[in-house]
Design a protein around this ligand. Structure first.
Ligand SMILES: Cc1cc2nc3c(=O)[nH]c(=O)nc-3n(C[C@H](O)[C@H](O)[C@H](O)COP(=O)(O)OP(=O)(O)OC[C@H]3O[C@@H](n4cnc5c(N)ncnc54)[C@H](O)[C@@H]3O)c2cc1C
Length: 457
C-alpha cells in the first residue's frame, strides 16, 4: 500500500518537502493542508514596493501540484494532531489519517503587551493580507516599531511608499540580533542621511487612535503621530498543534538531526522547528527561508525511508536597505580573536571572528559591490559553514581583509560545500521555475591561475 504523507503548511518548508517526497517515492499519497495559499513571505517586500505583482508572490500553481500528484486542501486549518491515533482533526471537525506527518506551520507575529498594539491600523508585516492591509490604508507617515531583521527587509518598500519613516527601537541600537553596535551605527548613519528617523532606546507604552491617525506614547512622555504603524517586534513558532500531546515542545517543536519529533512518524520543519545548530550550539529555532528549505528536504527524505542527517543550521542574516547590504553569519557577535576593518566614508565594514585558523563568524556591510556583488557574502558563509583550516591564509586575510576570494579558492571550501549539498541534488526538481537555457562559460578567466595557485603571494 502507498504510504500516506500529510504535510501541514505550504510555506518553503512544506513545498520543499513535497518535492523531495515525490522525487524519492513515486507512489506515495501526498496531502497538503494549509490555511493560506502557497506563497513566499520573503518576496512580500518586493510586492509592497511595487516591483512585482501579487501573482508573483505565489509559489505553487494548481498545475504544479497536479504534476506532483499532491491532493491540496487550501483554506483549511488543522485544529489538532492525535499522534497516538496517527490522525489530524481539521477545524471543520473532519479527520485525516497519516502514516507520516510533517508539521511545517511556520511562525506568526508576536503582539507585544502594549496597549493598542492589536488595534485596527496597527499592521504587522508577516502575511500577504498584512501587506495588502498596509497598501490599502493611509501610510504617508509610517512608524516602524522594532528595528530588527524583518523591519529592514521591508524598509526600502516602506520608504518608497511613505513620505516619512520613523523607527522606534527598544534596544540601544538597530538590528541588535544581527549586527554589533559599531556596524549598526554605520548603517544608522546611512538611514539618517536618507531622511529616515531612527529613535533607539525608546519604550513604546501605548498606541491610540486620533481620528484617522495613530498617536504613539513613549515612556518619558514623548508622543509620535503617524498614519500607519508597522509592528515588527518579532515572531513566535506555531507549535499549538503538538502542544499538550506529549510531544517535546520548547521554543519550537524539538527535532533531532533527521527532523523527527519525539512522537513516532511525526516530523517538523522550518520556522516551527527547534533543530540542530551547525556550530554545535543548543537546538534553536532559526526562522529563515534557507533553513526552512533544508529542514523540509531532510524531513521528507527521512519520511520517504532514506537515512539523511542534517548537519545543522548556520546563523545567517542577509539584507539590503537604502543602498547598502549587510550580512552576518555564525558567531558574529563574539569578540576575542577578531579581524575588523571599517571605512565610515564608504560605509564598508568587515569583521571576521576566528577560532584558531578557522573562521567561525563574521559581518560584512557596504555597497553591493563589496558584499554580494563580489560574492564575498557567499564565500564568507562557505568558509564558516565548512570550517576549513585556513593555515597561512589567516595571516593573509588579517592583512588583506577585503580579499576573501583567494583564501576561499585556495582553502578548497567550494568542493567541500558541493559534497555536502543536501541529498546531492537527487531530489531537486524544476519546481515550476522557468529559466532560459543559460550555460556556464567554457573559458577560464585570466585570474584563474592566480586564484587557484594555492600560495598566498
Ligand atoms: C516580510 C518578510 C521578509 C522576509 N525576508 C526574508 C529574507 O530576506 N530571508 C530569509 O531567509 N527569510 C525571510 N523571511 C522569513 C521567511 O519567509 C520564513 O523563514 C519562511 O517563510 C518560513 O517558512 P515555513 O515553511 O517554515 O513557514 P511559513 O512560510 O510561515 O508557512 C507556514 C504555513 O503554514 C500555515 N499554517 C500554520 N498553522 C496552520 C494550521 N494549524 N493549519 C493549516 N495551516 C497552518 C501558515 O498559515 C503558513 O501559510 C521573511 C519573512 C517576511 C514576513
Amino acid at each position: 500500500m502507498a504510504t500516506r504523507h500529510v504535510i501541514v503548511g505550504a510555506g518553503p518548508a512544506g513545498l520543499a518537502a513535497l518535492e523531495t517526497l515525490r522525487a524519492l517515492d513515486a507512489d506515495a499519497r501526498l496531502t497538503l493542508v494549509c490555511d493560506e495559499p502557497a506563497y513566499a513571505r520573503m518576496v512580500l517586500p518586493y510586492y509592497v514596493e511595487g516591483r512585482i505583482d501579487e501573482c508573483a508572490v505565489a509559489t505553487g500553481d494548481p498545475g504544479w501540484f497536479e504534476e506532483l500528484g499532491v491532493e491540496t486542501r487550501f483554506g483549511v486549518r488543522v485544529a489538532r494532531v492525535e499522534p497516538d491515533a496517527h490522525r489530524l482533526v481539521l477545524d471543520d471537525g473532519a479527520t485525516l489519517e497519516y502514516d507520516r506527518l510533517l508539521v511545517a506551520t511556520g511562525s506568526r507575529v508576536r503582539i507585544p503587551p502594549i496597549d493598542g498594539a492589536d488595534a485596527e491600523g496597527v499592521i504587522p508585516m508577516w502575511t500577504l493580507d498584512h501587506a495588502n492591509g498596509y497598501l490599502a490604508a493611509p501610510h504617508g507617515e509610517t512608524v516602524i516599531v522594532g528595528a530588527g531583521f524583518i523591519a529592514f527587509t521591508v524598509l526600502d518598500a516602506i520608504a518608497k511608499r511613505a513620505n516619512e519613516v520613523t523607527f522606534l527601537e527598544l534596544e540601544p541600537q538597530i538590528l541588535p540580533r544581527m549586527l554589533d553596535a559599531p556596524s549598526a551605527a554605520v548603517l544608522e548613519g546611512r538611514l539618517v542621511e536618507r531622511g529616515i528617523a531612527v529613535r533607539t532606546g525608546v519604550r513604546l507604552e501605548r498606541i491610540e487612535s486620533a481620528g484617522r491617525r495613530r498617536r504613539l506614547h513613549l515612556a518619558g512622555g514623548d508622543v509620535v503621530e503617524c498614519d500607519a504603524v508597522i509592528l515588527a517586534t518579532g515572531v513566535q513558532p506555531n507549535v499549538e498543534l503538538l502542544e499538550g500531546t506529549g510531544v517535546d515542545v520548547g521554543q519550537g517543536i524539538v527535532v533531532d538531526e533527521r527532523m523527527r519529533t519525539s512522537a513516532p512518524d511525526v516530523y517538523a520543519a522550518g520556522d516551527v522547528a527547534q533543530g540542530p545548530d551547525l556550530l554545535g550550539g543548543e537546538r534553536e529555532v532559526r526562522a529563515i527561508q534557507p533553513v526552512a528549505v533544508d529542514h523540509g528536504r531532510v524531513a521528507a527524505a527521512n519520511m520517504a525511508g532514506a537515512d539523511v542527517r542534517y548537519e545543522g543550521a548556520l546563523t545567517m542574516n542577509v539584507l539590503a536597505a537604502q543602498g547598502l547590504e549587510a550580512c552576518s553569519f555564525g558567531r558574529w557577535s563574539e569578540d576575542g580573536d577578531v579581524t575588523r576593518v571599517e571605512n565610515p566614508a564608504s560605509r564598508v565594514v568587515r569583521k571576521y571572528v576566528w577560532e584558531g585558523d578557522r573562521l567561525v563568524g563574521g559581518i560584512l556591510m557596504g555597497p553591493s559591490v563589496a558584499v554580494t556583488g563580489a560574492h564575498d557574502a557567499g564565500m564568507l558563509k562557505g568558509l564558516i559553514q565548512t570550517g576549513v583550516p585556513l593555515g597561512p591564509w589567516k595571516a593573509w586575510l588579517t592583512e588583506n581583509p577585503l580579499d576573501l576570494r583567494r583564501a576561499y579558492v585556495a582553502s578548497g571550501a567550494a568542493p567541500r560545500l558541493l559534497a555536502s549539498t543536501l541529498l546531492a541534488g537527487r531530489a531537486a526538481t524544476g519546481g515550476g521555475f522557468r529559466w532560459p537555457r543559460v550555460k556556464p562559460a567554457r573559458a577560464r578567466s585570466a585570474h584563474h591561475g592566480v586564484l587557484v595557485s594555492g600560495a598566498t603571494r
